[in-house]
Design a protein around this ligand. Structure first.
Ligand code: GLU
Length: 282
């Protein structure tokens, strides 16, 4: 078999300045893709938080770091028809239901005495299932759409993926019962967006023919959701490389809003791209 021509990507959300953690993620993705292709994707489905100025700064900082990528760059805000088509396909499989619950409703349902401890999964609080079983014909314009995790797994059986990165390297096949209990019915379409991170990332990694998804270890737990969606949508399945997260001197994860660690701030202070790489131990 010819060796795989690896295609990787860096997929930032332009909700703030590019900081050291992003630079690390971009450089790792470019390094993994250097014998193949490195792509950029702008994840701007959250219209309220994404700003054109941040997007422009991302391009500028990445170029300054020495990175290069094919244009035009895929932008998720242009991809709504593709997300709608995927949702329709999932709805056709009977694994999607409309949900009217507000965050307050979910917290209230979870604080009922019969509920056990709240489980926080990769999609936030595990949904208690109040709207599960509602029919898509009942979907209102302000409803979110959720994946019925149990039904989805009944269709796919156990899903699996290959992790190439050093942190969790190997073959993973998460236990379906564990996925139901600790991930639950994730949101596929938010009422204010018409899609969600999980759905868009899966549709777009396939559209860009990504063969290895490189990203931070904070998204490792979400990979089970993504692989499940890939199987349901009959999409090709990339392998994964989750890298460690960049932390500050106290060991705390860098926050996206930590402007002191923005690449722009280091640039303004006279740092070179080589200085940034050195700070990141690259
Ligand atoms: N857009 C996500 C972020 O900025 C990254 C998603 C991914 O790489 O899968 O955190």
């Amino acid at each position: 078999m010819p060796p795989e021509r690896r295609i990787t990507r860096f997929a930032p959300s332009p909700t703030g300045p590019l900081h050291l953690g992003h630079a690390y993620s971009a450089l790792v993705a470019a390094w993994r893709g250097q014998q193949g292709q490195f792509l950029l994707r702008i994840e701007d489905i959250d219209g309220a938080r994404c700003k054109p100025a941040f997007e422009a700064q991302i391009y500028d900082d990445l170029r300054w770091l020495g990175l290069d990528w094919p244009v035009p760059v895929m932008r998720q805000s242009d991809r709504m028809p593709a997300y709608r088509a995927a949702l329709q396909r999932l709805a056709g499989l009977g694994v999607v239901y409309p949900c009217q619950c507000t965050r307050g409703d979910i917290r209230a349902a979870l604080s009922a005495p019969q509920e056990g401890a709240h489980v926080i999964g990769p999609d936030g609080l595990v949904y208690p299932g109040r709207c599960r079983g509602r029919d898509m014909a009942q979907a209102g314009p302000n409803d979110a759409l959720r994946l019925d995790m149990r039904r989805a797994l009944a269709l796919t059986g156990r899903v699996s993926f290959v992790e190439n990165g050093p942190l969790h390297g190997g073959h993973h096949s998460p236990d379906p019962d564990e996925m139901i209990a600790s991930i639950g019915d994730v949101v596929l379409s938010r009422r204010d967006m018409g899609t969600s991170y999980h759905l868009s990332v899966v549709v777009d990694d396939a559209a860009q023919a990504i063969t290895e998804v490189t990203r931070g270890a904070d998204l490792f737990e979400a990979t089970a959701i993504h692989v499940l969606l890939q199987v349901l949508l009959e999409l090709p399945r990339p392998s994964y490389w989750h890298h460690d997260l960049i932390r500050d001197e106290k060991g705390k994860r860098l926050a996206k809003r930590d402007d002191a660690r923005a690449i722009a701030a280091y640039r303004a202070a006279g740092a070179s791209p080589a200085d940034i790489r050195a700070m990141l131990n690259l």
